[in-house]
Each structure stands twice: as C-alpha cells, then as structure tokens.
Design a protein around this ligand. Structure first.
Ligand SMILES: Nc1ncnc2c1ncn2[C@@H]1O[C@H](COP(=O)(O)OP(=O)(O)OP(=O)(O)O)[C@@H](O)[C@H]1O
Length: 228
C-alpha cells in the first residue's frame, strides 16, 4: 500500500508547488492511471512515489517504508528491490543485445544469472512481441526499445510497476499488447501498477483514474475496470 500525506514539491523559482497532495492512498495490487495535460505533474508524481525525487514537505510511505527517511543510496537499493520502472527515456545500453539489456540490472547484482531468469527474460520479450532478442538495441526502433525497457522492468517480479507513457511510441496493436501484458502481470503477480498515460485504451482498463491539473489531483475515480 502507498500512503502520501501533506506532500508538496516546490521549485525555488516558482511561486506555487509543482505537486501538492494532502492525502492519497493506493491499495496493494491496485491499477492506477495518472492522467492530465502536459506539464500537470505526472512525471513529478511518478518520480516522487519511486523515490527518484524527494518532496519539499510531507510523507511518502510504501507499506512500512517511509521513503523520505532514506538516504539517496538506501533509496536506490529500495527501488531496485521493489519497483519496476519504465520511464520515457529507456536508458538502454548500446552495444548490448535486447536480451542482455533486460538482464543487465540483475547482472550487476548476481555473479551468475540463473537459467530460470534467462528463460523469464526471453519469455517476456516474446510476450511483448519482440523477437529480435540478440539484436544490438542501437539498431532497434523506438517502439522495440520501449518493449525491451518494459521487459527489463518486469524481470525481477517487482511489487510495484511504475510506467511513464509506456505505450507512447507504439502503434495501436502494440499499445494494446503492452496494456494487456502490464495488466496481466499486475493481476497474476499481485503488483501495484501506476501508469502515467494519455492512452485511453490503457486508462480504461485500469481500476482507478487520477486526474492532475497544475500539480493537484482534481479527480479520483474508481472505474470498475476488470482485467481483460
Ligand atoms: N526541475 C524543474 N525546474 C523547473 N520546473 C520544473 C522542474 N521539474 C518540473 N518542472 C515543472 O513542473 C511541471 C510539472 O512537470 P512534469 O514533468 O511533472 O509534467 P508532466 O505532466 O509529466 O508533463 P508531460 O506530460 O509533458 O511529460 C511543469 O510545469 C514543469 O515545467
């Protein structure tokens, strides 16, 4: 469960906070869309709940872990253990294949990657319709790179998936596949899903929709969506 209290994010040059949330809670395994016009604070919200950014005031708690109490290094370790992130910049490593990129974060932590993990990586890439496992990511299209970034985020079975516009570079068919895969994995593995998106197909499948304007949640709707 995520619980936010009395949160503000201020930027020195700006008179108003770019994000202000008096209270918000998100239940474990809930699927949440974060929507709103460009500049309303969606990426800031995702960065705050993943501990990438520290708020100016307030509390951000996942289960019993208060993120604002962690040092930057401790927060990085916590994020690695609990969160699968798909950000707008994919942070892939050129010169490595799609499969190697998916395995790379775990390769830093384990002296040997197990066969089971390799199989999961291959299976995720296949489910994402990304057959070019051994192609250098530098040669992939943006949509293919996005699918590699999604597989990498899902590999370690995170408790929470946070995705910033995960279908933005994709055609309609691939967008739908990715929306379905994120929903299926969230349901099967009981992980919380928080997605900033303009994609109506994706947002309609999620159980809850937060609408941000000027850094404030102006609408919080339960959609009643079921897994597809
Ligand atoms: N470091 C910063 N310095 C100044 N302004 C910032 C900074 N970070 C964010 N902002 C401002 O805060 C607001 C929210 O930005 P944010 O990136 O969270 O919006 P967004 O909803 O994700 O936008 P988009 O849909 O275009 O990605 C914007 O007006 C942005 O210009």
């Amino acid at each position: 469960m995520l619980e936010i209290k009395n949160l503000t994010v201020n930027i020195p040059a700006l008179p108003e906070p770019i994000l202000a949330i008096p209270h918000l809670s998100v239940a474990t395994a809930q699927q949440v869309a974060v929507m709103g016009p460009s500049g309303c604070g969606k990426s800031t919200f995702l960065n705050i709940i993943s501990g990438v950014l520290q708020p100016s005031t307030g509390s951000v708690k996942w289960q019993q872990q208060e993120l604002t109490a962690l040092s930057a290094t401790a927060c990085d370790t916590w994020r690695f253990q609990h969160i699968g992130m798909v950000m707008q910049d994919f942070y892939l490593t050129n010169g490595l294949s799609a499969l190697e990129n998916v395995l790379l974060p775990l390769a830093f932590r384990h002296w040997r990657i197990s066969d089971a993990l390799k199989q999961r990586a291959e299976s995720l890439l296949e489910q994402l319709d990304m057959p070019r496992l051994h192609s250098d990511v530098a040669k992939l299209s943006r949509g293919e790179m996005q699918r590699v970034a999604i597989a990498r985020a899902l590999l370690a079975k995170p408790n929470v998936i946070i995705a910033d516009e995960p279908t933005a570079s994709l055609d309609a068919e691939n967008s739908r596949n990715i929306a379905r895969l994120l929903l299926e994995i969230s349901e099967k593995e009981r992980c919380t899903l928080v997605v900033a998106t303009h994609d109506h197909f994706l947002s309609e499948q999620l159980q809850r929709r937060l609408l941000l304007r000027n850094g404030i949640i102006v609408s919080d709707q339960q959609t009643g969506a079921q897994i597809c």
